[in-house]
Design a binder for this molecule. Structure first.
Ligand SMILES: C[S@@+](CC[C@H](N)C(=O)[O-])C[C@H]1O[C@@H](n2cnc3c(N)ncnc32)[C@H](O)[C@@H]1O
Length: 289
């Protein structure tokens, strides 16, 4: 038997053994209502966002009747952005939250404070948009150009995982994550990372599709979610499955109180949440003290 045949035979026998060993170390997790292993979930979530990137903005407007814009405004108003801040927007995808933060900071500057602040500030404003999916980041970069932020050095696009951030400890004044944490495989890890990168006094804010607890509204919302949204996904984005995942993943996400306790467990204090539209979305916040 030639050396090549021996190597191939060994490879054929060893590879399945190695992959079943790695499966032994991988835990089951949810992908919507399906049970999958952890590696599979990250890959499947990646596929969802690669598939929806091009139609993401249109679908967001359609599904929420434009309300996602107000929810993001609310998120940013709670952050209270200021010139010179270092901010990290995780799962920032198409840049929606980051643009709002920059616009708010630019308004503060325009109110006459610009010269004073720029003289006194040692550091420039820096808004990092971190997302695991290059397709979503590309849509964001394109939108930045269209909105006149193309040359803005304050905006930094970073490909990265919420569970394993490349930023230094205690380096950020603020951390936001909008409609992102539901998609990560280990929510606890993402929360621990948020805590790690924030400075003392830094604020954590999370906007997420959450749980409705008002009887008749809940039934109507379920009907809308499970019947209308996947059909809309199929019609507009040509992708029913990604939107089926979206609605299922919302139901699998921890309810508001449970999620608040996870934020406390990560070390945050003054943890609270605000329900919007009866809990269709919630904004959770916490401080690193
Ligand atoms: C529903 S989009 C939200 C985009 C944006 N924040 C918004 O509100 O319009 C969810 C984003 O989370 C990103 N994402 C999913 N898992 C991630 C992870 N582990 N780390 C960082 N980003 C992730 C996806 O690539 C996608 O861009």
């Amino acid at each position: 038997m030639s050396l090549r045949t021996v190597t191939r035979k060994l490879g054929n026998e060893l590879l399945p053994m190695l992959s079943s060993t790695s499966r032994l170390h991988s835990h089951a997790t949810s992908f919507g209502f399906k049970e999958v292993n952890e590696e599979e979930k990250a890959r499947m979530v990646g596929n969802v966002f690669t598939n929806v990137a091009a139609s993401y903005d249109v679908m967001n407007d359609l599904m929420s009747a434009g309300l996602h814009r107000l929810w993001k405004d609310r998120l940013v108003s709670k952050l209270n952005p200021f010139p010179g801040m270092k901010h990290l927007d995780v799962a920032g995808g198409t840049g929606d939250v980051a643009f709002r933060i920059l616009e708010t900071i630019n308004k503060v500057k325009l109110r006459g404070l610009r010269d004073v602040l720029e003289d006194t500030l040692e550091e420039e404003t820096q808004i990092y948009v971190c997302d695991i999916n290059p397709s979503m980041l590309n849509v964001g970069k394109q939108r930045a150009l269209e909105r006149g932020f193309g040359k803005d050095r304050s905006l930094v696009w970073v490909e990265g995982d919420a569970e394993n951030l490349s930023f230094k400890n205690d380096s950020m004044d603020g951390y936001t994550i909008a409609f992102g944490i539901r998609n990560v495989t280990h929510i606890e890890k993402a929360l621990n990372e948020a805590y790690r990168v924030l400075k003392r006094g830094g604020r954590f804010l999370c906007l997420e599709l959450s749980h409705v607890d008002i009887p008749i509204f809940k039934e109507l919302y379920d009907l809308y979610s499970f019947s209308v949204i996947p059909a809309m996904g199929e019609l507009v984005a040509g992708d029913r499955e990604s939107y089926q995942y979206l609605v299922e993943s919302i139901r699998r996400f921890p309810p508001q109180d449970k999620f608040a306790s996870m934020i406390v467990n990560a070390g945050f204090q003054k943890v609270e949440y605000e329900n919007l539209v009866g809990g269709v979305v919630a904004i959770h916040s916490g401080l690193k003290i």
